[in-house]
Write a protein that binds this ligand. Structure first.
Ligand SMILES: Cc1cc2nc3c(=O)[nH]c(=O)nc-3n(C[C@H](O)[C@H](O)[C@H](O)COP(=O)(O)OP(=O)(O)OC[C@H]3O[C@@H](n4cnc5c(N)ncnc54)[C@H](O)[C@@H]3O)c2cc1C
Length: 385
């Protein structure tokens, strides 16, 4: 173990201290996902981990666990924390009302949730953030609740906290969610941050837009709700006024006649930003698509619906060969992707067509063992039950 890189060691340390059953090979692989190793190779690392994690937990951290837990619980007193002065501060409000009030007074402050993006502004861009409002202490802002017809996700719910509930909605959501960053990133990064950062390549927006999610924003005492796709106006510009913040999201559960599909294309399978992210929701009645929602990331300056493809698919019969041809033609006019370090514009355009074709043939009934190398839906469905 001494030979491992620090990042490997941290991942495996966390796994060793997980209060769950001893890990199998799959769990160890998942814990290591995103760590790159060029020296020893993964097999010996995975095998050494399984051996170590099957021993009784006994180190100075496990012996001190109760004492440390007690000290940390003492910090959870529901009080606001303020450090600094008017010009430069860290403030952690404890309620939504206190947050709204504070942000109205300091609309230039930087909101920080999990800091997986904001942290890099400091460590990589060396930016100075004089006023910081941390959202992690706001009571209720991290709620995740299944209600009639869908799921409510509070803005500060971490990607990890949302994972079990969102995964129950569809196997593709389960598969895609497990490819967002790594365990560590999902433990800290929030759904609200993934939306509010306005990234054109964030992984959750295309899926949530295809599902028909709505977003709630609050400013002072006023709250408003809008379809998630309307939040993304242009590159770096969202429909969010001064002192306005994201409070929560409502994600409708796919209905009985809905076919949901999502695919992520990235250079590496785990912990890599998307070149293209695609999500589809087809409502199918008697073999006919009565409604189509298609959303892509990485194809425009924002996560964006493919309105022309959607129109071409409305009323189309899945088994007719013309359906695919018309949809593929339409999607060419939906996007004008750019070339960057992740992919060329030609590649992106081609991949978008391929993913649309894949979603349509799967929706028409082709088993995913014929369309996918990894993450077959039939296997995932069995595991979900
Ligand atoms: C190693 C690594 C891997 C990553 N992999 C992926 C990946 O695979 N897929 C992916 O999509 N992303 C990935 N990310 C990006 C990032 O982790 C996610 O976008 C994450 O969801 C951001 O959430 P956060 O809570 O950390 O946001 P923060 O960094 O806290 O904030 C991000 C932005 O949102 C604003 N903000 C946060 N909450 C609110 C709110 N409630 N209201 C208004 N504004 C708010 C902040 O002011 C800031 O502008 C990765 C990042 C890292 C470092």
């Amino acid at each position: 173990m001494r030979l491992l890189h620090a990042r490997h060691r941290q991942s495996l340390f966390a796994l060793y201290h997980q209060p769950e059953a001893k890990p199998d090979r799959c769990t160890v692989n998942e814990a290591l996902a995103g760590n790159l190793c060029r020296c020893t190779g993964y097999r010996p690392i995975v095998e050494a981990t399984m051996e170590v994690c099957f021993e009784a937990l006994d180190d100075k951290f496990s012996r001190e666990a109760d004492r440390i837990t007690e000290i940390l619980s003492g910090l959870n007193d529901g009080e606001e924390i303020f450090i600094g002065n008017e010009t430069s501060f860290f403030d952690a409000p404890a309620s939504i009302d206190a947050l709204a009030d504070l942000y109205a007074r300091y609309p230039d402050a930087t909101l920080v949730a999990g800091a997986t993006d904001v942290g890099l502004w400091i460590t990589k861009q060396l930016r100075e953030l004089p006023r910081i409002i941390w959202l992690g202490r706001v009571a209720g802002l991290n709620r995740v609740e299944s209600i009639e017809g869908g799921l409510i996700i509070g803005a500060t719910a971490s990607l990890a906290r949302v994972q079990p509930d969102i995964s129950r909605l569809d196997p593709d959501l389960a598969a895609m969610w497990s490819r967002i960053g790594s365990r560590q990133v999902r433990a800290s990064g929030t759904v609200g941050g993934n939306i509010a950062n306005g990234s054109p390549i964030g992984d959750t927006p295309p899926m949530l837009i295809a599902l028909g999610a709505t977003l709630e924003l609050r400013k002072g005492e006023e709250a408003r709700t809008l379809p998630l796709e309307d939040f993304f106006v242009d590159y770096g510009r969202q429909d969010r006024g001064q002192a306005e913040f994201v409070t929560e999201l409502f994600v409708p559960e796919p209905g009985e006649n809905d076919v949901f599909r999502a695919y992520k294309i990235s250079k590496r399978f785990y912990q890599d930003i998307s070149a293209v992210m695609a999500a589809f929701l087809f409502t199918v009645e008697n073999g006919r698509i009565v409604n189509a929602r298609v959303a892509f990331g990485g194809m425009a300056s924002t996560p964006k619906r493919a309105r022309r493809a959607e129109a071409a698919l409305g009323g189309a019969v899945l088994s007719e060969s013309g359906t695919l041809a018309r949809a593929l033609k339409a999607i060419e006019r939906d996007y004008a992707p750019i070339s960057d370090m992740c992919a060329s514009s030609e590649y992106r355009a081609k991949v978008a067509r391929s993913l649309l074709a894949k979603a349509l043939v799967e929706a028409a009934g082709m088993p995913s063992e014929r369309t996918r190398v990894e993450g077959q839906r039939e296997v995932m469905l069995e595991n979900l039950v």
